[in-house]
Ligand binder design. Structure first.
Ligand code: ZN
Length: 210
């Protein structure tokens, strides 16, 4: 995690730091090594959010566009006491940044847990997907300059997989744009995507793209 509670405030990790996890209330220790992104780790993760994954630079960068008070927000299901940490919660919307591969059924469970949410997916986990994506898109004859049709030429399943989402999906292929996946038919491999400048995307949620 990027934040733990230290002296009652949300605190980033610092050398030798000890804090309290805002989700489970257990002790966390700051990890400020040279190789991994600095983070807080639990001594025991047993009672904390099983959905939580270690974050890389991509994940951290995206979170940093949003105010600290909107990052790592705990959601609790009142009946079951199930708790999860949303990456960002702002303007009554959860934004989940997904860099590792998530199983489809797990993705659907998260969508129903958070309900009002969008996904931002790291499209650069496989170096081929982004190459194939840019080979697949073409401009339809419309007035909307940001709209692209596509015929997927790649072997990767990134579009097929995320087309099953019940919530909006925005894919980051490592440029200054995110691609809103509007339609994709896994059988014909035809689809429709819309380019959104990252700055506009972040601003629309009240964040700041820097
Ligand atoms: Zn915890």
């Amino acid at each position: 995690m990027k934040y733990s509670i230290v002296n009652n405030v949300k605190h980033p990790p610092f050398k030798g730091g000890v804090g309290i996890c805002a989700c489970c209330g257990n002790e966390t220790v700051a990890k400020c090594g040279n190789f991994k992104v600095h983070h807080w780790a639990h001594k025991s993760r047993k009672h904390c959010d099983p959905w939580w994954e270690n974050e890389g630079e991509w994940h951290r960068l995206w979170k940093s566009y949003f105010p600290v008070e909107s990052q790592e927000i705990i959601f609790k299901q009142p009946e079951t006491n199930e708790k999860h940490i949303a990456d960002v919660y702002i303007k009554q919307t959860v934004i989940e940044f997904q860099s590792y591969s998530i199983k489809e059924d797990e993705a659907r469970i998260r969508e129903s847990f958070y309900n009002n949410m969008v996904w931002v997916v790291d499209g650069c986990k496989s170096e081929f997907d982004k190459i194939y994506f840019h080979q697949s898109v073409y401009t339809p004859h419309t007035d909307d300059v940001y709209l692209r049709k596509l015929r997927w030429v790649g072997r990767g399943k990134i579009l097929a997989k995320w087309s099953k989402s019940t919530k909006p999906v925005f894919i980051d292929f490592g440029t200054d744009l995110v691609w809103h996946l509007l339609q994709f038919d896994p059988k014909t491999k035809h689809g429709l995507v819309k380019a959104i400048p990252k700055e506009d995307f972040v601003n629309s949620f009240g964040g700041k793209y820097t």
